[in-house]
Design a binder for this molecule. Sequence first.
Ligand SMILES: [Ca+2]
Ligand SMILES: [Ca+2]
Length: 547
Amino acid sequence: MKKLVALMCALALLVGCVSFAGAEELAEVTYWHGEIARNAVATFGETVWFQKMNEIFAQDGFQIKIVGPAQGADNNTAVNAMLTSGQYPDMLSFNFDTQYTGGRMAAVEDGVIWDYSKDPEAPEKMKNWYKGINEYDRIRKSVILDDGSMVTFGMYDVDARRGAYWGYAIRTDWLDRLGLAIPETLEDFEKVLYAFRDQDANGNGDPNDEIPLVGCNWVQNNNFYFLVYSLAAIWGCKVNQIYRNPQTGDMTYCTEYNGGENYKQYVATMAKWIADGVLDKEFVSQNNDARIAKITSDKAGCFFCFPDNVQELEDALKLNLKESGYADPEKAQIYGLVPIKGPDGVPYNYDWDSALVLGGATTNDVITTAAVENGHLDYCYRFIDFMFSDEGCDLVNWGVEGVTYEVAEDGSKHYTDLIWNDPDYGPADAIFKYAYPTMGDWPRIMSYEAWGAMNLNSDDQKIAHVNYGLGSADLDLPKFTLNQEERDAYTAVITDINTAVSEATIKIMLGQQPIETLDAVIQQVKGMGIDQAIGAYQSAYERYQDK
Ligand SMILES: [Ca+2]
Ligand SMILES: [Ca+2]
């Protein structure tokens, strides 16, 4: 027993010595970033890719230490307090463009963040990051600020398809039961929805229990009436946001596009569909769980659906059909539609939230001036360069070769059973212990294949994603930045305008006021300064195009 105790003491000393020596040698480079906080893992420090990355950086004499708040904490408040204190981390993830007066350019002038365009050694020290800037014009344009400064090193996509995850899905087994084809035009779509209403589309013997179109109040997204607002794309409109006029390429707003005529048609059609019992009027009040319950209980014919939700919804639906026994569960299919073509004849995607139009999907990550003062600048450059190298991207997106993924003969990568057969978590959660392929908020190039391996792992998920991706991105904006003057002009008027438009929109849809009242709102919005808001976007957009 004495011997064992002695041995343990010696080991403890040895371990203590080693870690003490290690801590002394390695510089600690601080990175303010909200913590990962997933079901299977709470901090980045626990993840395999992060630990592996620090093993590699140990050879260069430093370690990355995450110092941001736990996820769920108010990062903006925490960052503002930190900035006020003057004690900056070496690197920081924070949206300066929306959260800091004057945006990124002002933050450089204020001495908070580092403008690496002023450093002649930066291109050599961050070769991999500069490779993307030189290769992709849209990334270069979004990274270079109006005065030529460069401060951002956010994640970006090179495969445009990754962002096509907005769309509507329909029940093909309902279509088959009624002898209907997959709808492509507004005319087809309306015919299908009314057939769902009038006939026994789910086949349970009751012709009156179908809800053709189902939406909900997506509270997370600023009271965004998800399904119903995104249907505006059929008419070439986006609700409550400046967007691109698909005819001219200039900035516009729903009450301005085609003189407000398309928006009127959209609102009038929704009002008619609600009055006719085609569109579920509970979209205003019901939450997402209520919406999902209607889908999985075989009551909903068509509904907003993310590609990565297709399979879980379909599985739950099939289970319910098996129990109720009136229909063949194997025939049930949730099929993502190519966006419906409206009066313009173009299948507009409501929001192609992707690299097709976005430059860096995040512009939040910066080096602070503290890194320079701390003598950590080269470590930060090394970190960034690594994150955009093939080695770094493979590590973040796939984990460790031979452990979490394998490379097939054709060069394609595949996750191993460690991910698929975790004893405690499903793959979507288990993956976060090892890699970070499905979330964007970390500097690196997203891998379409790694993301797809997690999110598109069934045929119907792939169909939804492919079909959504066949839509047009013409309504979407590339990633450009308003200067302070433009931001002030925009924010001075836009909240009141959006409130006026959405209040009228919802009241008209619900039949509480007639469609004719929308004309007055279209006029009212002009008087409230919509030109000023559009103009602010237009000048910023033109600067972006001229870069
Ligand atoms: Ca019916
Ligand atoms: Ca029925």
